[in-house]
Design a protein around this ligand. Sequence first.
Ligand code: HT7
Ligand code: ZN
Length: 845
Amino acid sequence: TQPIFLKDYQEPHHWVRDVHLTFLLAPTATRVRSRITFVPNPQNPGDLELNGEDLRLLSVAVNGNDVPYEVTDTGLTIPAHALGEGDITFEAEVEIAPQENTALEGLYMSNGMYCTQCEAEGFRKITYYPDRPDVMGVFTVRIESDLPVLLSNGNPTQKGAGWAEWHDPWPKPAYLFALVAGDLVNHADTFTTKSGKAVDLNIWVRPGDEDKCAFGMEALKKSMTWDEDVYGREYDLDIFNIVAVDDFNMGAMENKGLNIFNSSCVLASPETSTDANFERIEGIIAHEYFHNWTGNRITCRDWFQLCLKEGLTVYRDQMFSGDMRSHPVKRIEEVLALRARQFREDNGPLAHPVRPESFVEINNFYTATVYEKGAEVIGMLRRVVGDEAYYKALDLYFDRHDGEAATIEDWLKVFEDTTGRDLAQFKQWYSQSGTPRLSVEETWDDGALTLFFSQETPATPSQTEKKPQVIPITVGLIGPNGDEVVPTTVLEMTEAEQSFTFENLGARPVASILRDFSAPVILNRHIDAPTRAFLLAHDTDPFQKWEMGRMLARDTLVAMIVDGTPPAATYLDAIRDVVVDDDLDPAFRALVLGLPSEDDIAQKLVDEGHTPDPQAIHDNRNELRRIRTDHLADILPALFDSMKTGAFVPDAEGSGKRSLRLAVLSMLTLIDGGAAARAAFAAADNMTEQAGSLRSLLLADMGQDALVAFEKQWKHDRLVMDKWFGMQVAYASPEKTAQIAQTLTQHPDFTMKNPNRFRAVFGALAGNHAGFHHESGAGYALLAKHLIELDKLNPQTAARMASAFETWRRYDPTRQDKMRAELARIGATKGLSRDMTEMVTRMLG
Ligand code: HT7
Ligand code: ZN
C-alpha cells in the first residue's frame, strides 16, 4: 500500500454524464446493474479506469458489445483502443452481499434495513465506477425490493409494488450516492423556501422511534431558514429525507437529498437524551444540511481538499449553533474540544496539515485537524478580511464554483479577488502542521503599552522547518478600576517577532489577549495569579474571562503535582466570586467550575519539561475538587436548589441551569455521602438529571445501586444503554477501569458489530486517562486486543480508535515500552487493514 500525493493529481481520462442504476436487493446476493455514459476527457486521453472492490462481476459491455477488459482487486480497466470514438455507454452487472458487510462502507444491512455509506470511497464496493469526487454525474436509480420504504437521492419519480425510482437532477460525485430500503416510519413536515417552493421533509426511523424525531425536525427547519437568511442559500429539491440507522461509522452523512444519520445523532427525547445530546443533534443536523451547498453543490476536486467542505461546514454549523444558543458558551465549548482533540493531534506523531499532502487511507484523515482546525482557519480568514468582505467572497465562491469540484486555491482566490489582498502567507495555515506557540511580553512607558509578540511552531513529522504564520490577535485593554479602556482590536501578526503599541493611556491597563480565541495557537504569557483573577472578574470578553479561570486552575494543579503547593486563596476566592454571581449565565458559571481534563494536565506537564504521572494527576485533581468543595460548601445546597428547572426544555437557558446544578451536585456528593445525588437520581424525570446524578455517584464510587436501577429501567433502549456502558468505564477509578471494561465485553448486550456500543466501552476506556494509563498496562492491552479483533470487522472504526495511543511518547519509559509493545503487536497482526497499518506506522514512526 503506497501513499498517494496531492502533487500527483491528474484529471480523469473520462467524465461521466449520466448514471442509471438498478438494485435488486437481497441480503447475500444483491444485483447491481449500471448503465453509465462516459465522455472522453480531451485534456487527458486514456483507458477507461473504474474502481471496484469486493464485487462479483457478472457482465460488462461497451456500446452494447463485448470488450476486452482487465479486472484486479481494486478495479476494472478497458483499454482505450476498445472504446471507439465519442461518448461511451458502459453497462455492467455485479453481485454484492450487504449482509456480510460489517465494515459499514458501501451497501450494508443494519437491523434488516439496507443502507449505504459511500464517503469517501465506498461506492466502489457497490459497482464499478470512477470513484473520485471530481467525476460528477446525474443519477437515476431504480430499487427493487419487497421492503415498504425505498429511498435514494434527488426526487422520487415513479413507484409500484416492490419497486421505486428516483432521479437526482444535480450532478454529483459517487460519494454522495445513497440508498435506503427498510421497514421504516416517517415523521413528516414541510418547509417553504424563501422563493416559495414547498419541500417535503421526512425523518425515517424504525417503528417505535417516531416520538424521538420532533426535535431533529425543528433543527432541520431552523437550519434551512438560517442558511437562507445568513448565506442566501436555498434548498434545491422537492424533498429532503433523513434516515436514522443504528450501525454507522461516524455521526452522519450529507448524501444529496438523503442524509443518513447515526441514530444517536438524530433521535432525541427528554427522557432518553441529555442536554449535550440535544445540542449535538441540532449541530449535526445543521452541519449535514449546510453541506448541501458547501460540499454538494460545490464539492472537492480530490480528497486532499477535504477541508474545503469540512472546515467550512463546521465553521457554518458553529455560527448557527452560536446564533441558536449562546455565542460565548459555544465558543468556550469549541475551544475545549479543539484543545482536547486537535492540539493533542498536532502535538504528536499523527500531526498533519489542514490540507494533507499525502495519505495511504483517506478514512484516516477525517480528523480534528481537517475539521476543527479547518474551521478555525476560516474564522481567522474572516477576522482578517472583515465581515462584509467575508460574505461577498462567499457569494463569489457560490457563483463561480457552483456545480464544480473545487480546491483550496479556488477558495482563497475568491477572497483575494474580493479584497485585493495577497493571501499567499495566509495559505500556510493549510500546509503547515503543528500548533504555533505565541509568546507575549509587555512594557509600559509614559502612557504607552507595548506588546511584543513572538511566534514559533514546533517541528512535526516530516516538517522540520516552520515559517511565521498570519495570526490575528484580538486585544482589549482593561483599566485598573475594571473598566474597558480599549475595546477589542485585531492585531495582525505576520512576522516571527512583532510589537504593537497602544498610546495615550492614562494609567497602566491590563491587556486581555486572544479574545474569543482569535487564532488556534498556544499563548505563553506570564502573568501572576492576582492579574488573572482581575481579568476573570472584569474582562468583558467572555472567552478570556473563562480562560483566566481555567489558567488559574491549571497552574494550581501543576503546582500541586510538581511540588505539592496547596491551592492559593486567590484561585479559590476568584472561583467563588464567579459561582455566586447571579448576573452571570449559569452555563458560563458551570464552565468556569470545570477543571482541565487529566489529559490536558498531562500535556501541560510535558510542555513544562515534566514527565506526567497519570495517577498523581488523578489524585491531585480529585484533591483540588475536594478543596474547592470545602471552600464552597456553605453555598452549594442553595445553589443546587435554585438551579432546578421546571418542565424539560432543551434550550440554552434550561441546559445552562442544569449544567450548573449538576456541577454543584458532583461537589455536594463529596460532602453529603451521596444523599443529594441519590435523591436526584430517584426523582429525575429527564436523562440530563438522571445521567448527571449517576455520574456524580460513579465518580464518588457510590454508583452500584443506581447502575443496577438504570439498567433495569433502560435495557430496552439501545442508545440509553450506550450511556450505561460508557459511564461506568469513563468514571471508574484507575485501578478498576480496565477490569470493568473487560467485564462489560461479556455482557449479553455488548457487540463488536455496533460502532456506538464499541465506542461506548472502548472510547470511555481511552478517555479515562488514569485508568487507561494505569501502571499495570491492563488498559493498553485490553484496547489493543479489541482493536485487533475489530479491525477484522470494521477497519475504519478500529483505526480511528487506535489514536488513543498517539500520546505514547509523553509518558515514563515503562509506560512508553508498554504502549509501544501494544502498537507493535497490532502492527504485526496478520491481515491487518490498510487503515490500521497506516495508523500504527505513523504512530511508531
Ligand atoms: N462527510 C461525512 C464524513 C464521513 C462519514 C460519515 C459517516 C460514515 C463514514 C464517513 N466517512 C466520512 C460526515 C460529515 O462530515 O458531515
Ligand atoms: Zn461534514
